[in-house]
Design a protein around this ligand. Structure first.
Ligand code: GLU
Length: 421
């Protein structure tokens, strides 16, 4: 990984930029540049071929001044301590901006789930929880799903943790299936929250979403729900989508069911009929109204930022845009809505799940969506208001920097109140 694309360096650079603009106290800045705790674990798993394979994983607690650590667990072949560090920092800002009572954390295991069966994945998931069990808990650090981890995996992990404790501990992990007290609405929460942000951003930019063309990068949880919800909620046309093999394009709009079937039966959306194949790079540069990166980090960089044609860039993935692209996008007039605002719906409904688990009292879907809408719309308005306050002082800042200023200020104030500096 090149230094310029090291996600943790990027996370630090973003913080530094905000710290300078907001004149952050230097001690607070120093504390917030590094994670509080990093755990590295090694889990042996008996594989189906008779061999025992040792997997490496991490859990990083970035900051817990405002509450227990919170953040997903990724299963990814390219996982590294630096990706997990960066993602744990972003979780800290995400929880703070949403104003939910959590700090930030993240976990990751280096593995390729595509080459593993369910028995191996279950054994790995349980092994990981045994390895990190002392570092998690409803009041310590609460994991959740992320890239290539599912509600089923969360159920296995909760079960393993509960067995170690000797009693059920549903609130140790969120994103669980409903059968074991997940929350209504958690499955599509990341994309739904993103759609609420899109609704507000489009209103502000006077873009009619009913006639808008949308391109989505990624066919995981966030990407697939973004596709179906954009059509359902606004009647927008999704003209392109991709998976890790590449993308498909149809200017008249794509048919989700056909793509899902092709992905399920043949392995890629590119195997669907009546579509033009495009690369992931081409997808990003399409002439669309809204571009939604919903896969992984470092997709829009200084190399392609000047070729982005979308009016709104909705960062549904974590870290899809690098700092050197930020300024180019701003100059081009692309409204780039930052990841830790756009995708905060996931953790916000995770928070609802945790609250319901602790209370033992469960809400209906409508209640979940109404509460989510209220929280994320407020975050959006806060970001726009902060941006305007700086513009009034003749400082032009990106929405990302405005979001950082709000989030960092809350964490710094909590640390100050606790006497950390
Ligand atoms: N993995 C998701 C994220 O990056 C959700 C985290 C959570 O629900 O705790 O925001």
């Amino acid at each position: 990984m090149s230094e310029e694309l090291n996600p943790f360096k990027i996370a630090q650079e973003q913080l530094d930029k905000a710290a300078e603009v907001m004149k952050l106290d230097k001690h607070a800045h120093e504390i917030l540049r590094e994670p509080m705790q990093e755990v590295a674990v090694h889990m042996p798993v008996k594989m189906r071929d008779g061999n025992t394979k040792v997997f490496n994983g991490f859990r990083v607690l970035y900051n817990n001044a405002r509450g227990p650590g919170k953040g997903g667990i990724r299963f990814h072949p390219q996982e590294s301590i630096d990706t997990v560090r960066a993602l744990s920092a972003w979780m800290t800002w995400k929880c703070s901006l949403a104003n939910v009572p959590y700090g930030g954390a993240k976990g990751g295991i280096i593995c390729d789930t595509k080459s593993m069966n369910d028995v191996e994945i279950e054994a790995l998931s349980r092994g990981y929880i045994r390895a990190i069990n002392k570092f998690i808990g409803p009041q310590i650090d609460v994991p959740a799903p992320d890239v290539y981890t599912t509600p089923q995996i969360m159920a296995w992990m909760m079960d393993e943790f509960s067995k170690i404790q000797g009693h059920n501990e549903f609130g140790v992990i969120t994103g669980k299936p409903l059968e074991v007290w997940g929350s209504e609405g958690r499955g599509d929460a990341t994309a739904t929250g993103g759609m609420y942000v899109l609704r507000e951003a489009a209103k502000m930019q006077k873009i009619d979403l009913k006639n808008a063309k949308i391109a989505v990068q990624g066919f995981g949880n966030a990407g697939t729900f973004a596709f179906t919800l954009a059509k359902e909620m606004f009647g927008s046309k999704v003209v392109a989508i991709s998976d890790s093999n590449g993308g498909v394009y149809n200017p008249k709009g794509l048919d989700f069911e056909k793509l899902r079937e092709a992905k399920e039966k043949k392995g890629s959306v590119q195997d669907a009929k009546d579509v033009e194949k495009i690369s992931n790079e081409e997808l990003l540069e399409l002439d669309v109204d809204v571009l939604i990166p919903a896969a992984i980090e470092n997709q829009v960089t200084k190399r392609n930022a000047d070729k982005i044609n979308a009016k709104i860039l909705l960062e549904l993935a974590n870290g899809p845009v690098t700092p050197d692209a930020d300024d180019i996008l701003m100059e081009r007039g692309v409204l780039d809505m930052p990841d830790f605002l756009v995708n905060s719906g996931g953790v916000t409904v995770s928070y609802f799940e945790w609250v319901q688990n602790i209370a033992g009292y469960y809400w209906e879907a409508q209640e979940v969506y109404a509460k989510l809408d209220k929280i994320i719309t407020k975050s959006f308005n806060d970001v726009i208001a902060t941006r305007k306050a700086y513009a009034d002082k003749k400082m032009k800042i990106a929405p990302r920097t405005a979001a950082y200023i709000i989030a960092v200020d809350r964490v710094a104030k909590a640390m100050k109140a606790r006497g950390w500096y």
